[in-house]
Write a protein of this length. Structure first.
Lengths: 466, 402
């Protein structure tokens, strides 16, 4: 745990706009007086709640300075054993993939494209295998219905609280140039993460997004350090790993995307560095695989502690818009993955985990759109199976980059992936009328194979339509 | 909305043209001859337009006819004429006046026209020994005949005989002119690859000048990583962005065709370089379009039956400065991807919504004067407005890109 001394706390306070507002208020309170004692200031501060504000600010600084430990064990024991099973399954998949690549080398005509360790469908299928657990006294408030595909007894936030939290997005209007300029100046001057979060929740001008992200992750004066780290990783890429081949194959889909094909080489470079980066294991917020070492196995887990999966390239792609410097793109990707996207691949009861997000979506759709929920079940096309791709990959490939980065803004803004719940619900509501007419899975596939344009604000609007 | 059965004729069997005509309920002209005159709307080749306007043919367009080129469009769209007109226009302007009006000419790389300016070229060539030059036939398209030059001896390709640096004139094998420009060897790269921009501009009148700019376009990407390595100087997949060339690369993808939308590009520039840099880039691009059109305003034969949709090719360097490469009178309407088809279908649709609103041939200049936006087109410049309104229009034109 990193302890800050008083000087460091003061430095951090001084980087916050709120601190200077408080100071200004105190000065104004004593403008006429010539002699001011510490007791006077304390009394004044208590009388107009400045003391509370200052205490909260300092607490926040101290809290943020504490290094977050990687979550290794879940509070629910069966999820820990499930994680082990999941890791075992992935090792088996790895063997199969390795065999396939060997076969392809020997036979050029064999072009099996399923060369990945797992995808989102595999992950959802695994989550579905969890057995219903006995309800624990702690979790009696959790209600689960048998018609949902995830019958897991884990603590869940109420779906209404998530809907309420993001309702402010419905009121967002187009901002005037003057307001946008004000926000720009705020981003330039602000350093405290809670203030940056507030900005990210409302509106981030395109030209200042990279700066906001860098400041939020405390990278804004770290360019040389980041560059040196990246260059070191690039050198390590000269030693080929088996996983490099999988990353190259993964990049093919991105290379066909009209918005991301130009960044194909950069994305691959970032990922090759990523799987060699030793610092990820200590920075990632949640352990993805159980870290079992297979005896005499040809392959071990990458040094990151988890397997690369299908479409991992997608997470890097939108960040390529933010900077011309690859080491910056890499640093941002690494931070986003370690803080947020890792939860989309974690067997966990954490509120950001894929399990919790899926259960929230099922809960909202089954209660607010029961007709749709039931209809999809009847035609063999469960709600979660329909949106799992969009959920796990944050709509990358479904929305244009500006909308994706708005999602990233909201993720930072609330330090949470819950915005994905809102967007998935909105997505289903948007296509509800067409889905209700679908008679089978082919019809459903037809609906989504047509040229469509999904937008952030539009899906938010749909999420709140009954 | 479309209630008149106009007759159309097209020299191009392009779906984006024909589908547009059919969607409007127009009927194909039944006369099969090239010189047939029984049409209201004609999407013609530049050669047929020249024939139509040739006084020797004795043909005059009637009030119910509209055609897609101005008679002497080549003043703008032939590379050598474009250079000549821009140089002439620059000489004619009073420097103080044109800078006050916001014109600048700093978008054309140093260029010489062969064979006439060969000796001037040689002088400049020797002053800049490490400079690469790009040689292009003046009147060809799709990257044909283009090569990069670092040694005078390479000009043997176009002269047919040995060329040495002490020669004062150059005899060309073919009768065509060539333009030789300083190669912009520091292009803006995205993902390490060179690209240029294709933008669409519609001129509905030259006197007074009225210019519309389309909000969609694309970047055309090379398939190979850019390099200034001399060993790769003849690798056209590194240097030439023409789709006609890049489609033969092993790395060519039919899914995106190497085309990157202008929306994506603008988002990238704004996000990676900042809003101010983006605004300046857009202003500079608008300057290129307006200056080039103003440079031929006096020489183009204006005709109320004519309009022209140009394809502007612009290259950005690594300082985000745009450079004019060329202007196409007949930008390709071939579609290589579904996104491309959608763009060009809407483009042609919007063109006809502007030039023939409601299929009505009556004088629409007055009615349209207050309309600044139709479909994806926005008015960039309307000389018929007074100066104050033109300034407002210019400020608003940046919002096309928002």
């Amino acid at each position: 745990m990193q302890q800050l001394d008083n000087q460091e706390i003061l430095m951090k306070l001084k980087s916050s706009k709120q601190f200077w507002d408080i100071k200004k208020k105190i000065k104004q309170g004593f403008s006429d007086q010539q002699k001011i004692g510490v007791n006077d200031i304390q009394k004044f501060a208590q009388s107009c709640e400045i003391e509370d504000q200052l205490i909260k600010l300092i607490s926040h600084i101290l809290k943020k300075s504490k290094k977050r430990e990687t979550l290794k064990e879940d509070q629910i024991e069966f999820l820990n054993t499930s994680k082990i099973k999941w890791t075992e399954l992935l090792f088996k998949n790895l063997d199969i993939v390795h065999q396939k690549t060997k076969n392809q080398e020997e036979d050029d005509t064999n072009t099996d494209s399923k060369l990945y360790i797992y995808d989102e469908k595999n992950l959802l299928a695994f989550l579905q295998t969890f057995k219903q657990q006995q309800s624990n006294n702690l979790y009696q408030n959790v209600q689960f219905q048998s018609n949902k595909i995830l019958n897991i007894n884990i603590p869940l936030k109420s779906s209404q609280s998530i809907l309420d939290k993001y309702q402010y997005l419905l009121l967002q209007e187009e901002l005037s140039d003057e307001k946008i300029n004000k926000i720009r100046k705020q981003i330039e001057n602000e350093h405290l993460d809670i203030e940056l979060e507030k900005i990210a929740q409302t509106f981030v001008p395109n030209g200042e997004r990279c700066l906001l992200y860098l400041k939020y992750f405390e990278f804004d004066h770290q360019d040389t350090v980041l560059q040196q780290h990246f260059v070191k990783l690039q050198k390590e890429c000269l030693n080929q790993l088996f996983y490099d081949e999988l990353l190259e194959i993964d990049g093919h889909e991105i290379s066909e995307d009209t918005f991301y094909f130009v960044f194909q080489e950069q994305i691959l470079t970032c990922l090759k560095c990523f799987i060699r980066d030793r610092t990820i294991k200590e920075n990632i917020r949640i352990q993805l695989q159980s870290g079992i070492k297979k005896e005499h196995a040809e392959f071990q887990l990458p040094i990151t502690g988890f397997f690369p999966f299908k479409n991992i390239s997608k997470y890097v792609a939108p960040l390529c818009y933010l900077s011309t410097k690859i080491h910056i793109i890499y640093a941002l990707f690494k931070e986003f993955f370690c803080r947020y996207f890792c939860f989309l691949h974690a067997i966990s009861s954490e509120s950001n985990s894929i399990l919790s997000l899926c259960m929230q979506i099922e809960e909202i759709v089954s209660t607010r759109s029961p007709k749709l929920f039931h209809h999809l079940k009847v035609i063999g096309c469960d709600t979660l199976k329909l949106i799992i791709h969009q959920l796990v990959y944050c709509f990358i490939g479904d929305m244009d980059p500006p909308h994706i980065l708005t999602i990233y803004d909201q993720i930072i803004g609330h330090d949470s992936l819950e915005i994905l719940v809102i967007l998935c619900v909105g997505f289903l509501n948007k296509y509800k009328s067409k889905l209700l007419l679908a008679k089978n899975q082919e019809n459903v596939q037809q609906i989504f194979s047509e040229l469509r344009e999904d937008r952030f604000q539009e899906l938010v609007q749909y999420a709140y339509k009954q | 909305m479309y209630n008149k059965k106009l007759k159309w004729k097209s020299d191009f069997e392009k779906s984006v043209i024909i589908e547009n005509f059919l969607n409007r309920g127009w009927i194909k002209s039944q006369e099969k001859e090239d010189d047939s005159t029984d049409w209201n709307v004609y999407w013609a080749t530049v050669w047929n337009v020249r024939n139509i306007f040739n006084p020797k043919n004795g043909f005059r367009l009637n009030d119910q006819q509209i055609i897609n080129h101005f008679p002497n469009h080549y003043e703008l769209t032939r590379k050598d004429y474009m250079v000549k007109n821009l140089k002439r226009f620059k000489r004619e302007q009073d420097k103080e006046t044109y800078e006050q009006q916001g014109w600048n000419f700093d978008f054309l790389p140093t260029t010489y026209i062969f064979p006439g300016e060969y000796s001037l070229f040689v002088e400049e060539f020797h002053k800049c020994p490490n400079q690469t030059w790009i040689v292009k036939p003046a009147a060809r398209s799709q990257g044909q005949g283009i090569f990069l030059l670092r040694k005078i001896q390479q000009l043997k390709k176009i002269s047919g005989t040995t060329v040495t640096s002490n020669m004062t004139q150059l005899n060309l094998v073919s009768k065509e002119n060539y333009v030789v420009s300083k190669y912009i060897d520091n292009p803006l790269l995205i993902g390490g690859k060179k690209f240029d921009l294709r933008m669409y501009v519609l001129v509905t009148n030259y006197k007074p000048l009225k210019v519309w700019i389309y909000n969609k376009g694309f970047g055309r990407f090379c398939n190979e990583q850019y390099t200034t390595d001399v060993a790769e100087i003849e690798n056209m997949f590194v240097h030439l962005t023409n789709v006609a060339i890049q489609q033969y690369s092993d790395k060519y993808s039919k899914k995106h065709g190497g085309k990157y939308s202008i929306d994506a590009l603008k988002f990238y520039v704004e996000s990676a370089y900042g809003t101010e840099a983006f605004q300046k880039m857009i202003d500079d691009i608008h300057n290129i379009i307006l200056t080039s059109l103003k440079s031929v305003q006096a020489v183009i034969q204006n005709d109320k039956h004519c309009f022209e949709m140009y394809g502007y090719d612009i290259l950005l360097d690594n300082n985000l400065k745009p450079w004019l490469i060329e202007i196409n009178a007949s930008p390709s309407l071939t579609t290589t991807t579904p996104v491309d088809k959608n763009l060009k279908l809407n483009l042609i649709n919007d063109v006809y919504n502007i030039v023939l609103p409601n299929d009505d041939f009556s004088d629409n200049q007055q009615k349209q004067q207050q309309i600044n936006k139709i479909g994806g087109f926005s008015v960039l410049y309307d000389e018929s407005l007074d100066l104050m309104n033109r300034k407002t229009q210019k400020r608003q034109s940046v919002k096309i890109w928002k």
